[in-house]
Ligand binder design. Structure first.
Ligand SMILES: [Zn+2]
Ligand SMILES: [Zn+2]
Length: 391
């Protein structure tokens, strides 16, 4: 299914032309030795920078280096030696300083963090990048954005999708169970993220595409249909999981927007990541945090489905003073609060005028919002039933 959206231009009824910039996605056994090498030769890359960490070197990058040597393709290996590699200033700067100026391709060997670092360095240096994935742990292989930590803040940076992605199902199915669970969590997060996108279209008049959201919905169903087999690390089910994650990534790329794959569950996940970082705690996989926060987001939709707001009362209610909001932000975001307050000031989304506009739009469209919340509540019951009946 994924192949039909590679290197395509689709004129859509939403008004956009959806363009997929990824030239190749290959999911096959021994993909490194065959399809990857064939692609690199076709593109005639002459000086490749291979990027990995200690684990992904052992899992795949040593095979990548061996295959490049055997095919006389020149490369430089850049291996991060630290135990916890983070997508922050240190590791990005580290790669930039190590990369030869005449390198003509960045080859990322890894999953989330390695890809976020390489994608960003690729975008700022203007050098293309390709990926050899090592775990079905997140949907970012084809994303056009990097989730990076800057000044202790986790933010999405607009970058670009890779030229090609190579995945070996055998390597993926040997990934640790918590990384596979993370992939499931990231994918299930799309349930709340699609609802958020629709909600923003209703309340803020934001652009929305039914074609793209329909594709993401297909990816959700693909995973919920075989969730128990994924848990038992069945390689066919793992292949379904990676394809669903790739579809989600393609959707971000063709929408040129992270909306199809990232909603409030991702914002909450970024918050948790920042807190863990600031408190010096061991990082938790991205999709694990997304999965946990999806439950919170879906509870909010469940609550909204039963709600009958008194808009007159809400309009008359006193606003929380700015000082109180600032104090709460400083308590929650610690060292990252200045960045948050600055962002908030720039976006102005909570200034009185914008709040009033959103409240009015919410009142006018309440029946649509309620119906959306009811649909989300219903679909969650269906997904729950899927797993319950097969146990
Ligand atoms: Zn569209
Ligand atoms: Zn994600």
């Amino acid at each position: 299914m994924i192949e039909q959206y590679v290197s395509k231009s689709i004129s859509c009824s939403c008004g956009k032309t959806h363009i997929s910039r990824v030239e190749k996605i290959e999911i096959a056994e021994n993909v490194i030795e065959h399809e990857m090498i064939a692609f690199l030769k076709t593109k005639n890359y002459k000086k490749i920078t291979v990027v990995c960490d200690k684990n992904t070197y052992r899992v795949a990058a040593d095979r990548v280096c061996k295959a490049l040597s055997e095919n006389s393709i020149s490369f430089k290996l850049h291996k991060f030696h630290e135990d916890n590699v983070l997508p922050n200033e240190y590791f990005i700067g580290n790669l930039v300083m190590a990369m030869p100026l005449d390198s003509d391709l960045i080859l990322a060997v890894g999953s989330g963090t390695i890809n976020d670092i390489c994608r960003y360095v690729s975008a700022v240096s203007g050098k293309p990048f390709c990926t050899v994935g090592t775990a079905p742990s997140m949907d970012g292989y084809i994303a056009n954005g990097s989730a990076l930590i800057h000044n202790n803040m986790k933010l999405n940076y607009v970058t670009h999708a890779p030229t090609a992605v190579f995945l070996d199902p055998l390597i993926l199915s040997r990934a640790p169970g918590d990384m596979i669970a993370s992939g499931v969590g990231d994918l299930l997060g799309k349930i709340s993220c699609l609802a958020d996108w629709r909600m923003s279209a209703i309340v803020n008049g934001e652009w929305h595409c039914s074609f793209v959201s329909g594709l993401v919905d297909t990816a959700i169903q693909k995973v919920t249909a075989c969730i128990d087999k994924i848990a038992s690390e069945d390689s066919n089910a793992i292949a379904d999981l990676i394809e669903a994650l790739l579809i989600s990534g393609v959707c971000m790329d063709i929408a040129d927007n992270s909306r199809p794959a990232s909603g409030c569950e991702h914002h909450m996940s970024h918050f948790l990541e920042m807190r863990y970082l600031l408190e010096g705690r061991k990082p938790v996989f991205h999709g694990t945090k997304v999965g946990i926060n999806t439950v919170i987001a879906l509870k909010a939709y469940e609550y909204a489905a039963k709600l009958t707001p008194d808009f007159d009362k809400i309009k008359k209610a006193p606003r929380k003073p700015y000082e109180k909001c600032e104090k709460e932000i400083r308590t929650a975001f610690l060292n990252a609060s200045d960045e948050i307050l600055e962002l908030e000031k720039k976006s102005g989304k909570n200034n009185p005028e914008n709040l009033k506009t959103r409240l009015e739009a919410t009142e006018v469209s309440w029946h649509q919002i309620k119906s959306l919340a009811e649909q989300v509540e219903k679909s969650v019951h269906v997904y729950n039933k899927c797993t319950c009946t097969s146990q």
